[in-house]
Structures are given as C-alpha cells and as structure tokens.
Design a binder for this molecule. Structure first.
Ligand code: SAH
Ligand code: SF4
Length: 356
C-alpha cells in the first residue's frame, strides 16, 4: 500500500480493521508474528483486489496466520441487506455498514461496460430542494474503505470489470474530501481496482475551496458540478447549502480549474418545469457557459416523493441543447438509469436499519 493510503482510516474507535492498516502497519504486525514481509502484499491483494470476505479465504497464507489475523483484526465488509433490479439491467443495493448505518449504490451495465454510482456520505447536509437525500440530513461521512467497497460489491455481483465510477449517490463528496480522495486513489491504483482516473468522476454541488484543492491534485480525475441554475436567486432557493458560494465565484473558480488542469468539467442541470427551464434561465445558462470549456448534462428531474417540483418536457430539453449549441457549448440529455427502482440521481434515500 502506498503512503497515500494512510488516510484510509476508521471513523471511530471501533477495533482495527484490516482496511485501515497502512503497508507499514501490516509489516509491523507480520514482524511481530514472525512472518516474512512478502505476506503484506498477499494480504493487500486479498483485501483490495480480490475483495475477500473473510481471512479464511486467504488460501495462500498459512492457516495459523489466517487464524492469528482473524483474532487481531476485523475484515469489515459491507453487508447487502436489500436489492432491486431495474428493467434496464441496473441494480440498486442497500448496503449496511458495520455500525448499522446503510447506504445505497447502483450498478449500471451497458454492453461490455459497467458503471457504478457510489455514495460518499450517509445522507447529506446540503439540503437541495429537489433531492431525496438532502431531505433527510446527514447521518455521517463514509470512510475511504466504505466508499471503495461499494464498487467492489457491485463488481463481484456482476462478476465484471468496473469501467467507470461516479460519485453521485448519497452525499456531497467535497464535504468528505480526504476520504473521497483516498477512495479515488485506491480505485485508480493497480493495487486496487485499477480504473483509469478519467473514468472516475466526482460530482459536487459547488464547494469552491475544495474545487480549488481538487484542481491541484495530480491525477486526471473528472469533475462534475451541479449547477441547476445560473440565476443566483433561483440557485439559492434550489440549493441553499451552497448559497455562500456565489455563481460569480463559482464561474471564476471553474475558470481557474480549467486553466490549471486543461480538463473539461461537466455541469449538471436537472430541468424543473417552470423553475429553471424558462427563457431567462436558459439565457443565463448560455451566458454562464459561453466561451468556457464545459459540457452540460441536462437531466430530466426525477420526481421525489412529497415534492411539488416536476420535470420539464422533452421538447424543452431539446430547446436547451439547441440554444447551448448556438453559443458553442456541447450539451446532452442524459437518460436516467434505474428510474423504475428509485435508483436514479437524487432518489437514493437514506435509511438506518434498526435491530440487526
Ligand atoms: N452531492 C453531489 C453528488 C450527489 S447528487 C452533487 O450534488 O453534485 C448527484 C447528482 O444528482 C447531482 O447532480 C444532483 O444535483 C442530482 N440530483 C439530485 N436530485 C435529483 C433529482 N431529483 N433529479 C435529477 N437529478 C438530481
Ligand atoms: Fe446533497 Fe447533492 Fe442531494 Fe444536494 S443534490 S442534497 S448536495 S446529495
């Protein structure tokens, strides 16, 4: 394990989990057990690449060592407590973490590709008006290992290589920056999931200081920013959690991001009938994007229980695509996978399992 993995730490005082050990920790433990140091790499491979569910599975280790490890360490794995399959082949999982909190993630196959959408927090504190996760508040941030393991869970269930990961499940990744970065690095690493950095996407509601931090990371990770309106008043109402990060500051920060990285960010824009799909909203969006390096992802709002907000019409979405094209901005209307199983964006709800 590299030194970067030192941030893969536990979220509380729970007994030490093997996921939380650095290479150095593991070597110390092996020395204490009078075991050769090459065992460290073997153990790491079982944990991170093979996603072993028990020490007993680690068949290239002597039985005595497996027993010793299981006495001293836990091997925390996410437990699947429920799943739903969509007609489009997507599968949504409800996964229980070791402290009983649960999160959802989704696997979306398409041809020989497999995309996974993961959660970075249980719940979210940002309170966006259109988001099911935001409604319930934040339970806690996830550790890097908990983020990483969601991907491995989906990989093992589909028995297929994961080709891309989007951090678009529950939570705001940039309110859990260190764990998110550590998880991205492990997903990227050949000693982990080995997924190319460009195929690893973080979606943020626009936490500017962390966007700047992200711009300075050496890897070519992909950034998506949830914009949803380029009119300050509308955005404040839709996304109260980022009110303090004004659109003009976001615009400038994204300019710096592009200058620094040379990479094209995506703006997410969920079309909400009568709210952010009017002519003046469209004009503001065009002004915000014109002359910048950006891609706009238009998403039809997924309806959320108890909310009065409704999606826009498909014709309106096409108006947006055409108007953006006229100012030289590429836009696509993204199909929402798994809408029939409530797994589409913004519909992953927080649930705390009790009595297990
Ligand atoms: N917190 C991050 C990432 C998780 S949300 C963020 O906000 O970017 C993932 C994406 O789903 C975001 O673009 C978010 O704005 C969008 N989303 C949330 N609720 C939605 C809904 N009801 N319909 C469509 N998209 C939604
Ligand atoms: Fe949180 Fe993103 Fe939902 Fe907003 S859209 S409440 S930031 S998860």
């Amino acid at each position: 394990m590299t030194s970067q993995s030192t941030t893969l730490s536990s979220h509380n005082d729970a007994p030490r989990d093997v996921h939380d050990l650095t290479r150095g920790d593991l070597l110390d433990l092996l020395a204490e057990l009078k075991q050769p140091s090459f065992r460290a790499k073997q153990i790491e491979e079982w944990v991170w690449v093979k996603n072993a569910r028990s020490f007993d599975e680690m068949t290239n280790l002597p039985k005595s060592l497996r027993e010793e490890l299981s006495k001293r360490l836990t091997l925390g794995v996410l437990e699947e407590v429920a799943r739903q399959g969509s007609v489009d082949g997507s599968r949504k999982y409800l996964l229980r973490l070791t402290d009983g909190v649960s999160v959802e993630c989704v696997g979306m196959p398409s041809g020989n590709r497999l995309a996974v959408c993961v959660s970075t927090q249980a719940g979210c504190a940002m309170g966006c008006a259109f988001c099911a996760t935001g409604g319930a508040g934040l339970t806690r941030s996830l550790t890097a290992a908990e983020i990483y393991e969601q991907v491995m869970q989906v990989r093992d269930d589909f028995n297929a290589r994961v080709t891309s990961v989007v951090m678009m499940g529950q939570g705001e990744p940039f309110m859990n920056y260190d764990a998110t970065l550590a998880a991205l690095r492990k997903l990227n690493s050949p000693e982990g999931a080995g997924i190319g950095a460009r195929h690893l996407t973080v979606s943020t509601c626009g936490v500017i200081p962390q966007i700047m931090r992200f711009a300075n990371e050496p890897e070519q990770f992909t950034l998506a920013v949830s914009l949803h309106s380029a009119v300050q008043k509308t955005r404040n109402a839709l996304m109260p959690g980022v009110r303090k990060y004004s659109l003009i500051n976001l615009y400038n920060a994204m300019g710096e991001y592009v200058n620094k990285t040379g990479r094209r960010p995506t703006y997410e824009y969920a079309l909400i009938g009568g709210i952010n799909d009017t002519e003046s909203e469209l004009q503001a969006l065009c002004d915000f994007c014109e002359g910048t390096l950006a891609h706009v992802n238009l998403i039809q709002l997924n309806e959320v229980e108890g909310s009065k907000l409704r999606p826009s019409t498909p014709e309106r979405a096409q108006d947006f695509v055409r108007a953006l094209a006229r100012v030289g901005v590429e836009a696509t209307v993204r199909d929402s996978r798994g809408a029939d199983i409530d797994a589409a964006c913004g519909q992953l709800k927080q649930r705390v399992l009790r009595g297990r």
